[in-house]
Write a protein that binds this ligand. Sequence first.
Ligand code: CTP
Ligand code: MG
Length: 253
Amino acid sequence: MSAGSFAAIIAAAGTGSRFSSPDKPKQFFEISGYPIYIWSLLSLSTMDDIDRVVLVSRESLLEEMKATVDSVFARRGLGPYRKKIELVPGGDTRQDSVRRGLASLAASPPEFVLVHDAARPFLTPALVQAVIEEVTATGACTLALRVADTIKRVESGAIVETLDRSNLWAAHTPQAGRYLWLREAHEQAASSGLTATDDAMLLEGIGKRVTIVESRTHNLKITVPEDIDRAASFSDILGQINDYAESKAIIKS
Ligand code: CTP
Ligand code: MG
């Protein structure tokens, strides 16, 4: 259906400082029976179009993550999909973690890469498919959600401007692009000291047009503990991911 080869990078090397979990980063917090990072790993690795998945992990937790991935994929009869996954140590910032993930693919580069935050567990196969189709057509895109609130620009505690909401979108992930574009964007940023909050911004920085794929409210990022309460209302989405993985299993449970 889609042309070209695809890899996915899952950024899972953060410390989750705003989540303030006493022992482990937020991506290890369990929802519906799995650590948060496992959910998007299931969605991305079981897509037929995606040949390789790089799970960028904190170095100190890499062996533990590997053992968890091995056991989840073995138990679910997803052995052939486990073979697509490689764990790579991350860096001090998200940007550096993604850059390392991209570098790990350099020996046999894919045509396109989807970059996803492990902290967004509600990534349905339908959203992944929409991103694959759009990046194939345009070369660079990101999931994003229309902004529902009226956004104010504030200085010293007072509003200085009300922005036109009709053209404002909140960026989600996956963000996707041609591998060579993403690699160039990240390597240039690293050598010039440019820091960006997402990959789309780096692509914009090297002059690429990044198109929008409409995201869904369920594709939220777990940032603070209260987000776990919001997440509870989306457990049906995790059911969809489970069903999709189940349909791909060689051993049906
Ligand atoms: N991330 C990463 N490497 C880092 C920092 C962040 O791979 N050095 C990942 C996180 O694991 C997360 C994603 O990037 O999946 C989005 O980042 P964010 O939500 O900010 O997570 P943290 O940086 O871990 O959280 P915080 O900013 O609250 O410390
Ligand atoms: Mg962060």
